[in-house]
Design a protein around this ligand. Structure first.
Ligand SMILES: Nc1ncnc2c1ncn2[C@@H]1O[C@H](COP(=O)(O)OP(=O)(O)OP(=O)(O)O)[C@@H](O)[C@H]1O
Length: 361
């Protein structure tokens, strides 16, 4: 190639990877000007490398893809089935959706997942809060209000995904949590001083000692790139925010990370790496994993969080599991300690939950 031509191409008229085609976007992660074809290739290849490097799957495994119908999990289902075919992973992929019972939101997004089932040829299983817990989120919000509802939803969804994965006899559950989600969670766990969660929130795979390992193949994938990929590929996904979701604290963390990304895109990866490299002092007491006496689900307490929340709902004490003060053991459902301080009610959520999720993945 002549020197003049090369410098023109380097000047941005051509894709900085193939140097042949016109750029279609500025890659959010690296700010390179690249063409659509090269974007697809680097996007998919990076995810493939993450899967291989971290030994996420073994041939023959049954993998449940947590499918909400949203952009992240739709792209995940699409890319995983492409990579499975292309690289011969030998995986059996399934779509697993949780119907939280949110009218005007989840019912619509589930219609998208039902279309994805046909488009990608992946069998779909739907589990619902109504079937599992006897409550829909619409009903829960009626009794708990809009302030703490994300706690119920995050705790119930976590267990619902495990139960759905068990129904599918899945070996692993994958979710569409992306790099932005993980950086945000690292930051929130620091802000809350939540050492137990901080120590595991940046893991790519968790729950290996529990009912089903969970992994996050998009751990290093930027949300903006997932957005662009879904847009260019014209994937069929549902883009409305949950109608019950506002959570100011997480919202601030999210905005802070977006601001950092604007100044320096690498910031997202740096926060994740910080999370990975934290060393928790050996003298820090960590919760011991046990089994819930009532439902048999993993728990570090006598009763798992879902059972405590459910008991509160069923006994007409919906805030039972929300209060920082532990529920009493006298069977009254009242806290052990006096829930007031200087005459004001002390009521802070134990889990500061992300809209649709908890600080655990
Ligand atoms: N109702 C659901 N059913 C199945 N999986 C879910 C559901 N809600 C969330 N998940 C899983 O958890 C991941 C993170 O969920 P979150 O609520 O943070 O949504 P998100 O980041 O907007 O992702 P998405 O775009 O896939 O909805 C999703 O990508 C998906 O894999």
């Amino acid at each position: 190639m002549e020197e003049g031509t090369a410098s023109k191409r380097a000047a941005g008229r051509f894709c900085s990877i193939c140097t042949q085609r016109k750029p279609a976007l500025r890659r959010p992660k690296t700010l390179e000007q690249i063409c659509r074809e090269c974007f697809y290739a680097v996007f998919e290849e990076e995810i493939h490398n993450v899967i291989i490097k971290n030994h996420l799957f073994k041939a023959g495994e049954r993998i449940a893809v947590g499918a909400s119908g949203g952009k992240d999990s739709t792209v995940l289902a699409y890319v995983l089935s492409e990579l499975n075919r292309r690289h011969g992973y030998g995986l059996d992929l399934f779509l697993l959706s949780v119907d939280e019972g949110i009218t005007g939101y989840r019912d619509d997004s589930l219609e998208t997942v039902k279309r994805n089932e046909i488009q990608y040829g992946l069998p779909l299983k739907i589990v619902s809060y109504m079937d599992l817990y006897g409550w829909t989120m619409d009903e829960i919000v009626k009794v708990i209000g809009l302030k703490n509802n994300c706690t119920f939803c995050g705790v119930f969804r976590r267990q619902a995904l495990d139960r759905g994965a068990a129904f599918l006899k899945a070996d692993k559950l994958v979710t569409g949590h992306n790099a932005d989600d993980i950086a945000e969670t690292v930051l929130l766990n620091i802000l809350r001083g939540d050492i137990a969660r901080l120590s595991r929130c940046a893991y790519i795979m968790t729950g290996e000692d529990g009912p089903i390992p969970r992994c996050k193949p998009f751990k290093y994938t930027y949300e903006k790139e997932i957005d662009k990929y879904a847009y260019f590929k014209k994937l069929d996904y549902f883009s409305t925010e949950c109608i019950y979701s506002p959570n100011a604290y997480r919202g601030f963390a999210r905005e802070f990370i977006k601001d950092l990304e604007r100044i320096r895109p690498q910031a997202i990866l740096d926060i994740i790496r910080s999370g990975e490299n934290f060393r928790i002092s050996t003298t820090t007491r960590m919760p011991e994993q046990g089994i819930c006496e009532r439902c048999g689900y993993i728990s570090s307490q006598k009763l798992c969080k879902a059972c405590v929340l459910l008991e509160g709902l069923n006994r007409g004490l919906p805030k039972l599991g929300i209060s920082r003060i532990k529920a009493g053991n006298d069977g009254s459902g009242r806290p052990d300690e006096e829930p007031t301080r200087r005459g004001r009610e002390v009521e802070r959520p134990i889990l500061e939950s992300k809209p649709c999720g908890t600080l655990d993945f």
